[in-house]
Design a protein around this ligand. Structure first.
Ligand code: SAM
Length: 206
């Protein structure tokens, strides 16, 4: 270092203070905030459809049918054929079991993730031609075209849904209610016991 350059160095950097080394600003903190924020948003987006039923007038949460329940539904449906709809189809397990048993099976579900999961599963299991998954509110879907209805509902909804069945379903259509029975219609068959019980009803109007 020349004498002049040495003097300049001392003046510019003040004697006794540490030399000015340009600090490279770390972006680690920013990345961390971005990543954790992104993960938080992604988790919320995935969870909201599962939590939102709790804020509806009738809370019908996602509780998948047990293997025994699915078997009881199929047993109740023995001898039946045609179209079937599962109201609140969840991951589609009842729809798939019904499709394998020969029904043209539909599922209606509010949760978009469960709908996409079911559609993907239909593709990967080769059941897309026998199944349809509709993203819609079950209360707004007309049931006139179906002759077999499956519902794994909750106690609070059974009276209103019974009225919907009576108003919309054709003569000889059957309803399979899982876990909770309908309040007024006459049961024609009961399969299973405890939480896996299913009740079968038939529309008898002309
Ligand atoms: C008790 S789970 C039954 C799932 C499926 N049926 C099974 O047995 O595995 C009820 C389903 O209904 C859906 N659900 C709740 N309210 C709904 C509504 N208004 N319209 C359509 N689906 C609804 C929930 O997201 C949930 O997947």
């Amino acid at each position: 270092m020349s004498e002049v350059n040495g003097f300049d160095y001392i003046v510019n950097n003040k004697v006794g203070s540490s030399p000015h080394v340009p600090q490279k600003k770390s972006k680690f903190g920013l990345y961390l905030v971005g990543i954790t924020g992104g993960i938080g948003v992604a988790i919320s987006v995935i969870c909201i459809p599962f939590v939102s039923p709790a804020f509806r007038k009738i809370c019908l949460p996602y509780v998948p049918a047990t293997t025994q329940q699915v078997q009881n539904v199929l047993q109740a449906l023995k001898g039946r054929s045609g179209s079937l709809i599962d109201l609140g189809s969840g991951d589609g397990r009842i729809v798939f079991a019904a499709a394998k048993a020969g029904f043209k099976a539909h599922g209606i579900e509010l949760n978009p993730w469960l709908i996409w999961y079911s559609r993907l599963k239909a593709l990967t299991t080769g059941l897309s031609s026998q199944t349809i998954f509709i993203k819609q509110n079950l209360w707004k879907h007309n049931l006139r075209g179906y002759n077999n209805i499956v519902l794994f509902g909750v106690d609070q909804m059974m009276k209103d849904v019974e009225t919907k069945f009576i108003n919309e379903l054709q003569k000889d259509s059957v309803i399979i209610a899982c876990r909770f029975p309908l309040p007024s219609m006459n049961v024609i068959k009961i399969v299973g016991e405890g939480v896996d019980t299913v009740w079968m009803y038939k529309i008898s109007k002309s």
